[in-house]
Design a protein around this ligand. Structure first.
Ligand SMILES: [Zn+2]
Length: 725
């Protein structure tokens, strides 16, 4: 059944593994199953006898999933290891303090003490949940965040229902912020209920234990399955969330509506810091946003503690009727909703803040719910926004279950605040490396399938941008985006509808001389990331003259269509998105040194590039003040260039009377030509795609030349003939 976990354990695999590897194996099995836990949620442990490197004696070591990372993807290095004796020894220290208890300074100080308990110099920091695992006496412990169990944990009658479903096997514990004290509560629970196999932790999740690791895993499955069964028995079917209030438009209409508001909405939620979006519009989320109870439940917010940090205390829900199809009305409601949301957030902060609370964070919502359309979640990166969307998907499932079981309850605001603004969380945020220069930005590279475009895509991705790789050759665009995703990783978070579930790069095909094709490509980019902040166009064409040295008319027209009109069309369509967003943006075109140096044999190309140079200036004026428009003008970049196919290289070698043999490979011939070109320059070294990519990066970034627009930068090794006058 859909909400029931599946047993994935294989004895044939497990028996080949050492005890720590078995823990990693068990953790990955749990992490893989969306009915068992959410990204980054939950942790697992085993108490293992090891040889102490200091004494050569056997000692008991707690291996427990450490801080950061994820059960789904964790490897051995994701687990911390602590001497059990030392960890237990901390209790004396803690209990000896007169001011101990939940949320006290000494409780937070214990987290710093875990490092002193480290076994065998393991560098992985211990998580806040370490005592939960250390103080439960059983050898193996699983702590998970399953939607079904949280439904029980976040239900008004959770305590009674836990008894009803599990009898004496699983014991209820009231909500308490995770920490050392919660570990002591679990220890006492095990003592008081020696037959108990686990506990439902109020408004939080499930914890269970066993002496055998496989049985511990199976127990997790069984307990979650029993909660799911209880929910199914009381499932309200058509009446879920009070029944349907709004109907969703067709998929095609929904997409058009999303595209008409996403860039605008992104501009609004990015007022303080830029955000990247993930759209979710599957049946589950649509049933929720279209329901009668959605406004009431949305207002209550999510319930699992590790959700708040990303979903915030609550989402923004707007009461728009999709049957009207009225986009202006929707914008109005969103605008009003955002104002109320920010004011509410400020009130919540002021009401709950403590003497030493960190300063108020960005008051904009990270989850926006729209009837008929679904949800868009926002985060500092694609991966983060996907996690945010995943967490709200989980929240919807939790609310469905809790409502079926007797009524969803949320965590009191002060408790949510004490998680969101916890000093330990703040310290974690401060320890994070500074954001990359192009973080939070979406940049399309048109021509990314090869040469300078491909190099530029890699260069910009290295600076943290999300990259839309575009090429006439769709396959080549996909190849570049696949390279980037492989290099950077998909990130975490399992959510997003269609292309919006993407990673840090996507590949799209587009023909820049076809306005419709360009608009569709930009639409896909907006649906994938919420908007666009920059476009670099490297696509271009060079048509060599025929045998008589002439350019046929249709080739002349094609040269201008691609090198001039194509750049204009991309700029014009992208500008619609830039204007809707209202955020500073940047456009970088590629012209050529030939634009200012008249030469024999490239009449159409040179003239088109001269027009492109002026297009840069015209666009800089037209698109100001929001968009900066500049260009890179390369010369003679031979390496990896689609504009230097073998026959053109040979024609050029012949033209310059450079000896070569037809038997030589493409790269040899290209290197020979590049070296010849290099000798004509002032800097005397070949000009590479990487040189061009560097210039494109400097111009597209809003931080390097923020007050430069309408300019063409030559990256040509230094050609005195090309000096601009
Ligand atoms: Zn937890």
């Amino acid at each position: 059944m859909k909400n029931h976990p599946k047993n994935r354990w294989q004895d044939s695999v497990a028996k080949t593994l050492d005890p720590v590897a078995r823990l990693v194996y068990r953790s990955n099995l749990i992490g893989q199953d969306p009915t068992l836990t959410n990204t980054g949620g939950g942790n697992t442990s085993s108490k293992i006898t090891e040889k102490d490197p200091l004494t050569n004696q056997d000692t008991e070591v707690l291996w427990v999933k450490g801080s950061g990372g994820d059960l789904r993807t964790a490897k051995r290095d994701g687990f911390s290891s602590l001497y059990m004796e030392k960890l237990k020894g901390l209790q004396k220290n803690y209990l000896g303090s007169k001011t101990n208890g939940p949320k006290t300074q000494i409780e937070d100080d214990m987290v710093g003490a875990y490092a002193h308990c480290t076994f065998n110099l393991n560098p992985r920091p211990s998580s806040i949940d370490t005592p939960l695992h250390g103080f439960v006496p059983a050898r193996h412990v699983d702590h998970t965040h399953p939607n079904a169990a949280i439904s029980l944990a976040a239900c008004a009658k959770g305590k009674e229902l836990t008894k009803e479903i599990y009898g004496d096997e699983v014991i209820w514990t009231d909500w308490q912020r995770p920490g050392f004290d919660l570990g002591l509560i679990l220890e006492k629970l095990c003592k008081d209920h020696p037959k108990a196999k686990g506990a439902i932790m109020g408004q939080h999740g499930l914890i269970n234990w066993h002496e055998d690791d496989k049985k511990c895993y199976e127990l997790t499955l069984e307990l979650v399955g029993r909660a799911a069964e209880a929910i199914e028995k009381k499932d309200r079917g058509e009446k879920t969330f009070g029944g349907e209030k709004y109907k969703s438009p067709s998929e095609k209409e929904r997409k058009a509506l999303w595209l008409s508001i996403l860039p605008w909405l992104r501009g609004k939620v990015s007022a303080q810091q830029w955000m990247i979006g993930t759209v979710q519009e599957d049946a589950t989320i649509l049933r929720f946003v279209n329901s009668k109870d959605a406004p009431r439940l949305a207002e209550m917010g999510t319930s699992c503690p590790d959700h708040f940090l990303r979903t915030k205390i609550k989402p923004l829900y707007v009461p728009w009727d999709p049957a009207t199809g009225d986009v202006a009305k929707l914008r109005g409601l969103l605008e009003e909703g955002l104002e109320v949301y920010r004011a509410d957030y400020k009130k919540y902060y002021e009401k709950c803040k403590r003497k030493d609370s960190p300063a108020m964070r960005d008051p904009n919502p990270t989850v926006v719910l729209i009837p008929g359309l679904g949800m868009v979640a926002w985060g500092k990166s694609k991966s983060e926004s996907r996690v945010t969307a995943e967490f709200y998907n989980c929240a919807v499932e939790v609310m469905r279950g809790a409502e079926a079981l007797g009524g969803y309850i949320n965590l009191p605001q002060q408790e949510a605040f004490d998680i969101e603004y916890w000093q330990l969380e703040e310290a974690k945020l401060r320890r994070m490396p500074p954001e990359q220069e192009l973080a939070r930005q979406v940049i399309a590279v048109v021509g990314a399938g090869s040469g300078i475009g491909k190099e530029t895509a890699h260069r910009l991705a290295r600076e943290g941008a999300s990259i839309v790789c575009v090429d006439l050759n769709q396959k080549a665009a996909h190849e570049t985006s696949a390279e980037l995703v492989k290099k950077l990783g998909e990130g975490i978070g399992v959510a997003g509808t269609g292309i919006s579930g993407c990673g840090p790069a996507i590949g799209l095909g587009a023909n820049i001389v076809d306005r419709k094709s360009v608009a569709e490509m930009l639409g896909e980019a907006v649906y994938a990331y919420g908007g666009i902040d920059g476009v670099v166009v490297t696509a271009g064409i060079f048509v060599p003259p025929d045998l008589e040295g002439r350019i046929p008319d249709e080739k002349w027209a094609q040269t201008f269509a691609i090198n001039v009109t194509g750049s204009y069309v991309v700029a014009d369509e992208a500008n619609k998105i830039f204007k809707a967003q209202g955020l500073p943006a940047s456009l970088v075109l590629t012209t050529s040194v030939n634009a200012v140096v008249a030469k024999k044999g490239s009449l159409a190309y040179d003239t088109s590039k001269a027009a492109a140079n002026h297009l840069v200036r015209e666009l800089a004026i037209e698109l100001s003040p929001l968009v900066r428009v500049n260009a890179v003008a390369p010369a003679t970049v031979v390496q990896g260039s689609a504009m230097f196919p073998r026959d053109r290289v040979m024609a050029s070698l012949a033209k310059y009377k450079i000896p070569f043999s037809e038997k030589e490979g493409d790269e040899e011939l290209r290197t020979r030509l590049a070296e010849f070109y290099a000798k004509r320059t002032l800097t005397q070294s070949p000009i590479t795609p990487a040189d061009q990519a560097e210039a494109a990066f400097l111009l597209v970034s809003g931080k390097r030349f923020p007050r430069t627009t309408g300019q063409v930068v030559h990256v040509d090794g230094g050609l005195a003939d090309g000096f601009l006058r």
